[in-house]
Design a protein. Structure first.
Length: 137
């Protein structure tokens, strides 16, 4: 039996899901995931050596039948509600990393918002913040 995910691992699942949803995990997105893990307080104490294994486990789940639903449920059931908006913000960060958000990524954000029962205003604020950060001069 697999050991339960930690909240940090569930947040990594969100980022991997956001990167993989368009069937390509590009270098810019993977680099952004690493930067976020190193920079954000929510990942304090996370063992970097586990990142590849956690990412691989998520990718395996995603590749299976109904993988996206399973990962979304796993994330919702693992995270405390106070981290739901953090999960959404991380998904937006990874989706925005290549400076274009594809239809598949928008659909994932919608599914994540609904699964985590996040308010539209909260999500709009998070999205608007990413637009401001990634805007070209």
């Amino acid at each position: 039996m697999n050991k339960p995910l930690s909240a940090q691992e569930a947040l990594i699942y969100v980022m991997v899901m956001a990167s993989a949803v368009d069937r390509t995990m590009n270098d810019r997105e993977m680099s952004r995931i690493g930067e976020l893990i190193h920079a954000l307080p929510v990942f304090k104490g996370f063992d970097d050596e586990k990142l590849i294994d956690v990412s691989r486990d998520c990718a395996k789940l995603l590749a299976g039948s109904e993988g996206l639903d399973i990962v979304l449920e796993t994330v919702r059931d693992t995270l405390p509600p106070r981290l739901y908006d953090t999960a959404y913000a991380l998904a937006v960060e990874v989706a925005s990393a290549d400076l274009s958000v594809k239809a598949e990524e928008l659909r994932l954000l919608s599914l994540l918002r609904d699964r985590l029962d996040l308010g539209k205003l909260t999500c709009a604020a998070i999205e608007r913040s990413a637009i401001a950060r990634y805007r070209k001069g």
